[in-house]
Design a protein around this ligand. Structure first.
Ligand SMILES: CCCCC/C=C\C/C=C\C/C=C\CCCCC(=O)SCCNC(=O)CCNC(=O)[C@H](O)C(C)(C)COP(=O)(O)OP(=O)(O)OC[C@H]1O[C@@H](n2cnc3c(N)ncnc32)[C@H](O)[C@@H]1OP(=O)(O)O
Ligand SMILES: Cc1cc2nc3c(=O)[nH]c(=O)nc-3n(C[C@H](O)[C@H](O)[C@H](O)COP(=O)(O)OP(=O)(O)OC[C@H]3O[C@@H](n4cnc5c(N)ncnc54)[C@H](O)[C@@H]3O)c2cc1C
Length: 627
């Protein structure tokens, strides 16, 4: 029945203060207030409805996304929302759109790689959305290998301009979000050529479309790259293709914080690492880690609530069947994902601090922690997005057949989320960067440069390196093992930062105890998953492994009575979850049944095509092949 909380009996079992946990999850009382207020604002506004997405054609879907983006912007302006509130509103609108790249990459690129003068010119236009930007780095032929990009930017001292050109088909920009139909400007990455000499890849601000009639400017060929995975999903985003035919831009539209070109045609490299050109990617990778905890927690919330509602087998003397959340196999699949959602939340908080710290250091020309920041953002982006994509799929399976319905919210969440394993850096390529960082650290062991921070533990491998006098086989030859080492390194960071979080003052009855249980589940689940490595390297004995498995079972039993409360702590509205299986009141079956009849296919009792195709079949009016 509507209005009845079918999960009340579960919520009454909770052993901790859920409201206090909501503050922990949000990060602070202020952050909770903003999140709670904005999520309810979006949920209550029919202008942000999203339950019809799966029935729209691509063009209808995209036009609806443009409408929503404009409506969101009007809401932000009318309500005078702060930057923080506006970001939260775009988050809870929950639809990949050109605004992700305008706010998530175009503006950060100008802030990170533009000079003060360039920031003063372009940021006000971007903040007022008087221009709409995208981040055009990837090309048809190159994405991972940035130094392989082929677009050229040739300086013309006669006119004090750069000539941006796509010399080959494979140099066509390909994938940039927002580029296909909306962006008026791009940060385009191209090989800088001055006086016939190449100076690597740099970013350039290029106008693509007229601000009067939105038509592509002279020399610009631009369009959408076509349908992507899933029906709705990321097809609300106009990922685009772009070719330049000798497009001229003023010299002052090369982002010049890292490198400069003077009007005389003199190239100057600031005394900063060339890799600062990659700074925007580092920034986005750390935001993607926080986003992983959001995506995984959404899936876990749906699967946990539904696992408490769903009963299957186990009826005694006509009594109720067993809740599937009580099966040990369901717990062993679900609770590590619940623990991971919390673990990724806290590592996302730490990574945000690390990024802010390295940014502050860079302003003082202190590059000492840049390699660690690169390795951590690359590795943790890879680790958390892989685990989250796999976790969303596992949550779909945890919901049985109904998990495969669009009304479960899980297929759409999976289809929108999985490109995170690729964009902002293919996850394997990024792990190889971590492996390179680890190997460089190992090569420096024994020198005066002692490993600190997240690699401090590596002093303990020093003796291994000294006794291992074997021939150093090539990095490429060992890359599979090195990638595994990189994953282990990142997992150690996640566990250690979860433990550090527990050293903090955490208010609320039973809250810290619950987080300790989740931290232990996260760590012991990893130990169980990789116990072969731990046993073969002598890190643990078989007895330790058995103890760990026993403890894991005990921990699952401790989580069980608190599971619903732990996902309630995410404080997601039913609108944001977009899932009948995950609805707050657990009133699943009536909602599933009602939703089925809303499908367009049920607009008529007799389906289109019956008279043309089925009736002749049934009436044997179609000549059957001679037997
Ligand atoms: C649906 C809603 C989603 C919501 C998401 C939420 C928030 C996010 C907001 C927006 C996101 C929305 C949508 C997604 C958009 C996605 C956009 C993109 O995909 S943009 C394109 C991304 N592309 C890449 O990531 C390319 C990956 N490749 C690279 O980064 C580089 O090519 C490389 C792999 C790092 C290799 O570079 P290079 O060849 O130049 O360097 P190496 O020779 O390997 O190393 C030399 C040296 O440099 C160090 N280094 C490399 N990179 C960095 C860096 N970034 N910072 C610092 N240092 C770096 C490296 O460690 C080496 O050092 P050393 O060993 O000491 O010599
Ligand atoms: C939804 C989506 C949105 C995107 N948005 C943008 C955007 O806004 N702007 C933008 O510029 N780009 C964007 N991209 C592009 C994205 O950044 C690239 O696709 C990504 O960086 C991966 O590069 P790639 O496609 O060249 O993959 P590849 O590198 O071609 O990957 C193919 C395979 O090769 C392997 N591989 C590659 N190099 C090595 C190596 N050295 N050693 C071992 N294995 C290797 C990879 O692991 C992978 O298995 C987007 C992509 C997607 C899917």
């Amino acid at each position: 029945m509507e209005g009845v909380d079918h999960l009340a009996h579960e919520r009454n079992k909770s052993e901790f203060d859920v409201d206090a946990m909501k503050i922990v999850w949000a990060g602070s009382p202020h952050a909770f207030d903003v999140s709670d207020r904005i999520s309810k604002l979006v949920a209550s506004d029919p202008g942000f409805r999203k339950d019809n997405r799966s029935t729209l054609s691509r063009k209808e879907l995209f036009k609806n996304t443009l409408r929503k983006a404009a409506y969101a912007w009007k809401t932000i302006v009318d309500l005078r929302l702060s930057e923080e509130e506006a970001a939260k509103l775009r988050f809870y609108v929950d639809e990949p759109a050109f605004t992700d790249l305008h706010w998530g990459m175009f503006i950060p690129a100008i802030k990170g790689q533009g000079t003060e003068e360039q920031q003063q010119k372009w940021l006000p236009l971007a903040y007022k959305m008087q221009i709409i930007g995208c981040y055009a780095q990837t090309e048809l032929g190159h994405g991972s290998n940035v130094q392989g990009l082929e677009t050229t930017a040739t300086f013309d001292p006669q006119t004090d301009e750069f000539i941006i050109h796509s010399p080959t088909l494979t140099s066509s920009k390909w994938w940039p979000g927002g580029l296909g139909k909306v962006a008026t400007h791009a940060i385009a990455y191209a090989r800088l050529i001055v006086g016939g000499r190449e100076h690597g890849v740099n970013g350039f601000i290029v106008q693509l479309r007229s601000l009067e009639d939105h038509s592509p400017l002279l020399g610009i060929t631009v369009g959408d790259i076509g349908m992507k995975f899933g029906n709705g999903a990321y097809n609300t985003m106009d990922n685009g293709v772009l070719r330049f035919d000798h497009v001229r831009i003023p010299r002052n539209q090369m982002l010049m914080r890292v490198s400069q070109v003077t009007c005389e045609g003199k190239y100057k490299q600031s005394d900063v690492p060339r890799q600062l050109v990659y700074g925007t990617m580092v920034y986005v990778r750390q935001t993607i880690v926080a986003d992983a905890s959001c995506a995984l927690s959404r899936a876990v919330c749906i699967a946990t609530r539904y696992s408490a509602v769903r009963r299957q087998f186990g009826s005694q003397n006509g009594g109720p069947e067993t809740q599937v959340i009580d099966y040990k196999t369901q717990q062993s699949r679900l609770f590590p994902l619940l623990a991971s959602a919390y673990a990724f939340r806290f590592i996302g908080e730490w990574l945000k601090w690390l990024y802010a710290d390295v940014t502050q250091r860079l302003q003082a020309n202190d590059f000492s922690t840049l390699p660690e920041a690169h390795a951590c953002t690359a590795g943790l982006k890879s680790l958390t997005t892989t685990a989250t994509a796999d976790g969303i799929e596992e949550c779909r399976k945890l919901c049985g057949g109904h998990g495969y319905l669009c009304s479960s919210g899980l297929p759409e969440l999976f289809a929108v989320y999985v490109p995170a394993c690729t964009y902002e850096g293919d996850n394997t390529v990024l792990l190889l960067q971590v492996a390179r960082f680890l190997m460089k650290t190992v090569s420096q062991l024994g020198s005066s440069k002692k490993p600190v921070g997240t690699i401090a533990y590596m002093t303990r491998v020093e003796h291994l390196m000294q006794c291992r006098c074997g021939v150093q086989r090539g990095f490429a030859e060992l890359s599979v093992d090195l990638v595994e080492a990189a994953v282990a390194h990142c997992q150690l960071i996640v566990v250690s930062k979860f433990i550090e979080k527990l050293q903090q003052e955490i208010p609320g009855k039973g809250v810290k105890q619950q987080l300790e249980v989740l931290c232990n589940i996260y760590a012991l689940f990893l130990l169980h998953k990789h116990q072969g490595d731990f046993l073969s390297t002598g890190c643990i004995t078989p007895k330790h492994a058995a103890l760990a498995n026993d403890e894991l079972r005990s921990l699952y039993s401790q989580v069980r009575p608190n599971a619903i409360a732990l996902v309630d702590a995410f404080n997601y509205t039913d609108h944001y979850l977009g899932s009948i299986l995950g609805c707050y009141d657990g009133n699943v079956y009536p909602k599933l049944y009602e939703a089925a009849w809303k499908d367009p296919l049920n607009e008529s009792v007799v389906p289109d095509g019956y008279h043309q195709y089925i009736r002749p079949l049934l009436k044997q009016e179609i000549r059957t092949a001679r037997l």
